[in-house]
Design a protein. Structure first.
Length: 156
């Protein structure tokens, strides 16, 4: 199975760009991810790294306990890889365009992570849960974005 893009909510746009790049490769049918050499050498460091990784692993373990293979026939087709790649691109772009420091990038990015894990675990229920998170994040971005624009334009 090809690798899936996993954007990280709250992180820099670099991760979202990498997620889009890997999703486009999934859409193109590549079995192995290509990234520029310079990007492959980047190491994630910092005080929050361990806390983030522990939380992520706890979440993944929860999903693994909850999930089981369901509708596995949906996951072994070229068309399904293209659809999952397009979902990952859409969610990553939604996270990318969220207003900076608003936290609104978290739900779309988390949705893509959950969809990707659902694909890896071959569980359509987890995929649907991820799609719900992604859609909720996009709706929240639109609603709060409109409210912010209205609020700012009323000042002028």
């Amino acid at each position: 199975m090809p690798a899936l893009p996993l954007p990280t909510g709250g992180a820099t746009h670099v991760f979202e760009i990498i997620a889009v790049l890997t999703a486009l490769q999934l859409i193109a049918g590549r079995d192995q991810i290509w990234l520029p050499e310079r990007w492959r050498r980047i190491q994630l460091v910092g005080p929050n790294r361990e806390r983030f990784l522990r939380g992520l692993l706890k979440f993944i373990r929860f999903l693994e306990r909850f999930s089981r293979p369901r509708f596995t026939f949906l996951f072994d087709h070229r068309v399904s890889n293209v659809v999952f790649g397009l979902v990952a691109v859409a969610g990553s772009v939604a996270a990318f365009v969220a207003p900076p420091f608003s936290g609104l990038d978290t739900l779309p990015a988390l949705g893509v992570v959950v969809v990707s894990l659902g694909v890896l675990l071959e569980d359509v229920v987890v995929v649907v849960l991820g799609l719900i998170l992604l859609a909720a994040g996009v709706i929240l971005e639109i609603v709060l974005g409109r409210a912010a624009v209205k609020g700012i334009s009323s000042l002028f």
